[in-house]
Design a protein around this ligand. Structure first.
Ligand code: SF4
Ligand code: ZN
Length: 327
């Protein structure tokens, strides 16, 4: 017998095996909105009066997120950061602009090259020269995004930043952190990060209950045009490898990713957060929040300012790219 929609018994367009469910078009769109509503309610992510800045990349996740939040009636503006990755960045920006224009929504555009004096390919080339290629283009990229999103939200007076991280992203990051027992990063991985002090904006991930193939399906079903090509710098990205491994396990045993992530969030995250007592300080160069240096005599300089100094001012001191606490 042909499969029927779990909600309305209509013809199925997508199966969600981890929930033993299948949906028709309209019921799937409803399901996606419901998962986001549940995420928002469970973690008190957003209030109706909040001004929300949605970080959009032009990819399926962030555009699906913006579309769902608009549909739920939230006050959202989009933020696109141009990373200077040639045609890929141009195309991504164009798709974000088109999405916003079609909905009468506001898109704020920032540009790494114009505002900070470097592009991600330049950072990657420098990393290759220094022999640290591989982890570094994505490392600098992630660091730059977290820093600029936070700053843009502060400057624009937004209450919260929403990002399009989905279940697959979160499971892959948790998997990577677990393989290294990086408890500090694990303690910071949560669907909501409150603004624990001035200078930090609250961050939320309303898509963490939706799998990657579900956000893709949502865009296809809602005719949202998103950038399909992969970032040309993604080769060697360890998160991609972790996703592939998790996908193999998911294939053999549907629900593996869900159980891994949700088990962590429900049972282990709070323990780690309690143990993570890292002290915060103000960056002596830009004033943003950063981790306090071990040596109290040392002036705190945030990871973004250190990286930028290395890339733009040719500061050759070897400095590790660590996460900004804001991220
Ligand atoms: Fe940035 Fe790496 Fe993602 Fe490309 S793949 S956008 S460099 S994080
Ligand atoms: Zn700084």
């Amino acid at each position: 017998m042909a499969m029927r929609c779990k909600r309305c018994r209509g013809p199925v367009v997508i199966e969600v095996r981890r929930h033993n469910a299948a949906f028709c078009r309209d019921c799937f769109v409803h399901y996606a909105g419901q998962q986001v509503t549940r995420a928002i309610a469970k973690h008190h992510m957003l209030a109706p009066t909040d001004r929300i800045l949605v970080a959009v990349s032009g990819g399926k996740d962030s555009l699906a997120l913006w579309d769902i939040l608009l549909g739920l009636g939230y006050q959202t503006d989009g933020l696109y950061l141009s990373l200077g990755i040639g045609a890929y960045s141009e195309r991504s920006k164009q798709l974000c602009e088109r999405f916003a224009a079609a909905r009468g929504a506001t898109l704020i555009v920032h540009d790494l090259a114009n505002e900070q004096g470097y592009t991600i390919p330049q950072a990657a080339a420098q990393a290759a020269r220094a022999g640290t290629a591989g982890r570094s283009s994505c490392g600098v990229c992630g660091l730059s995004k977290r820093y600029i999103f936070n700053k843009a939200a502060l400057d624009g007076g937004y209450d919260v930043i929403a990002t399009g991280h989905n279940l697959d992203d979160e499971a892959a990051v948790l998997f990577g952190n677990t393989l290294r027992w990086d408890t500090e990063s694990m303690a910071r991985q949560y669907p909501v990060l409150e603004a624990t002090r001035p200078g930090l904006v609250k961050k939320v991930k309303p898509l963490y209950r939706l799998a990657e193939r579900e956000t893709a399906a949502y865009c296809v079903l809602k005719a949202i045009d998103y950038v399909i090509e992969e970032c040309p710098l993604v080769a060697g990205n360890t998160q991609m490898r972790h996703k592939e491994t998790l996908n193999q396990m998911e294939e053999a045993s549907p629900g593996t990713k869900h159980n891994f992530l949700f088990g962590y969030l429900d049972r282990a995250a709070a323990l780690l957060r309690r143990a993570d007592g890292a002290e915060l300080a103000e960056c002596s160069r830009c004033g943003m929040v950063t981790q306090a240096p071990d040596d109290p005599a040392e002036a705190p300089v945030c990871a973004f300012c250190r990286t930028r100094a290395r890339l733009v001012d040719g500061d050759a001191r070897p400095l590790p790219i660590t996460e900004v606490r804001a991220g």
